[in-house]
Ligand binder design. Structure first.
Ligand SMILES: O=C(O)CCC(=O)C(=O)O
Ligand SMILES: [Fe+2]
Length: 364
């Protein structure tokens, strides 16, 4: 998962934000203070349109009657076209398992910093504990501690980065990820059907899909108006599954019609978003949405994020069924591994990373 850049990177001092919080200083270090244009406007009061992303009932897709299935598929296709995001309920993942992954993730982040730093995320890489996507010493930092692991295929695993503490951490990640993988496969089937395609089209194309997990911990911040939890970006995956910590602050926001819309968590639901890869495959009919995370003055927040993407060796481009005279190809063909490398070796900057794939970047 983590192609290392070939030159030594000088990323400067990256403060651990949980340690900053513990120090109880009210002044935010300059590297975290965003330029005016990037600062979150908090709180968002009135939105010009409905601010809740659609909720898809997986049970209706898996075992609903004909009408329920049809209605839910239409809702799915509208969610993917209009939002690039939805929440899924009745996802068949044991709720205890969701609690358990949250528990071990929180326990990990609560460990002393020296213990967490035994699994360091080296500059320019995306696995381990630290802050990903930092490439220079003048780049602004996110108010977030991350811990990330590559999972599938096994060749992307780095066993040295798998924590032995908390003791149940690694087993829980394995069980959780197996279940999330099944969910991704089901969702991609229904996404294919919602496009009028054969349900197996993605599965057959993807080979052994790449899967990675990232846990993001956003401690409360004395000045949430000055910082960002996570910089605006779209995901490079095909599909992303995001679990928000129970009872945490609201923090995820989606850019829709030039407005940052907060995502209100639905109990026991998982948030799903379309990644850049599905945008390319569908020739832009389903688009990845730009999103970011903001922080909260009193509350910490945890998110557990799974990225599911095609095997690195496959070639990607708009599917022939998605291209015709009225919708000519907007994206070129490229090797997915190359895109992944491009994605993880550039800072997060909205949807700019996807210019890599666009035939005429300014027009899509
Ligand atoms: O924490 C969140 O809600 C957003 C996380 C996210 O977008 C990511 O990890 O790619
Ligand atoms: Fe994301």
């Amino acid at each position: 998962m983590a192609p290392v850049l070939e030159f030594p990177l000088n990323v400067g001092q990256i403060d651990d934000v949980q340690e900053l919080k513990k120090s109880q200083k009210t002044k935010i270090p300059n590297r975290f203070v965003r330029d005016l244009s990037e600062r979150p406007m908090l709180p968002i009061t009135a939105l010009p349109f409905s601010s809740s992303i659609p909720v898809i009932d997986l049970a209706k897709l898996m075992k609903g009657n004909k009408e329920e299935f049809h209605y839910e598929i239409l809702k799915l296709s509208a969610s993917c076209e209009e939002w690039g995001f939805f929440q899924v309920i009745n996802h068949e993942i044991n709720l205890d398992l969701l609690d358990k992954i949250e528990k071990v993730a929180t326990e990990f982040f609560m460990l002393p910093v020296e213990e967490k730093q035994k699994y360091p995320m080296a500059p320019g890489t995306v696995q381990g504990y630290g802050q990903a996507f930092v490439f220079s010493e003048d780049q602004k930092l996110d108010w977030c501690n991350m811990f990330a692991l590559g999972l599938v295929p096994h060749s992307i695993r780095n066993p040295k980065l798998w924590p032995t503490n908390p003791p149940m951490f690694s087993d829980t990640v394995e069980t959780y990820s197996t279940e999330i993988r099944k969910l991704c496969k089901h969702l991609l089937q229904f996404i294919a059907l919602s496009l009028g395609l054969n349900g197996n089209v993605f599965e057959e194309m993807f080979g052994e899909s790449v899967q990675a997990i990232r846990m993001n911990y956003y401690p409360a911040c004395p000045r949430p108006d000055l910082v960002l939890g996570l910089s605006p970006h779209s995901d490079g995956s095909a599909l992303t599954v995001l679990q928000q910590g129970k009872g945490n602050a609201v923090g995820l926001q989606i850019l829709k019609n030039n407005t940052w819309v907060p995502i209100q968590p639905v109990p026991n639901a998982l948030v799903i978003n379309i990644g850049d890869t599905v945008e390319v495959l569908t020739n832009g009919r389903y688009k990845s949405s730009e999103h970011r995370a903001v922080t909260h003055k009193q509350k910490d927040r945890l998110s557990i994020v799974t990225f599911y993407a095609p095997s690195y060796d496959i070639e990607i481009g708009p599917m022939p069924e998605m291209v015709d005279e009225r919708s000519p190809s907007k994206y070129r063909r490229y090797n997915h591994g190359e895109y992944s490398r491009h994605y993880v070796t550039n800072k997060l900057q909205g949807k700019k990373t996807l210019d890599f794939a666009k035939i005429a970047p300014e027009t899509v």
